[in-house]
Design a protein around this ligand. Sequence first.
Ligand code: PMT
Length: 212
Amino acid sequence: MKVLITAGPTVEPIDPVRYLTNRSSGKMGYALAAAAAKRGHSVLLISGPTSLEIPEGVDYLPIESAADMYQAVESQIGRHEIAIFAAAVADYTPAEVAGQKLKKTGDEMTLTLKRTKDILGSAREVMNFKGTLVGFAAETENILENARGKCLRKGCDLVVANDVSRQDIGFDSSENEVTLVYPERSEALPQDSKEHLAYHLMEVIEDVKAPH
Ligand code: PMT
């Protein structure tokens, strides 16, 4: 099958030398891309900047900002049967990008941010994606409830929920512990390496039938 995977952080410029980003290393998304390729799928990995090697046999589309990622997904998703959104996409971006390096002025400065477009939330209604849609949910509290809300609101077949308040899993660690949240039920998986988990997630995702 053709599988699109988003991974890594986005980078939102403030001026020519400064930006806003987050702690995503890309490990979870890259592990999924590697697992999907090993399982014989044709994989497109759309990724923000990371220090990881591109997994063997995977097509790679690098992006920087949330707006770049939106455009890349919008142009590619129609060619795919499965879309998995593991990227940590900025929810807000600077309202204006300064053309020149910002100078120090007073003791405080205010940066105005504006909402980015929700890529996962646009997959069904805006991009008209009919395939299997898998989101991630990075939560620090009410994990199941929040993840189920995301699953239903965004038309996902499955949301992979992780607790990002823990240091030993989630952002920038080698392991993860996730709960699979379907529209009707959920299933907690044990903590494992991102590589093992990704392989198991791909087995699970292949079996999810998109009813769209
Ligand atoms: O990269 P690693 O260091 O390995 O860390 C892995 C991870 C913690 C980043 C990963 O497991 C994870 O949880 N990814 C989703 C992070 C996130 O942004 O979650 P969220 O709950 O804020 O967003 C929900 C979903 O909407 C996600 O699928 C996200 O990709 C998507 N999203 C969010 C905002 C936006 N503007 N567009 C989106 O598509």
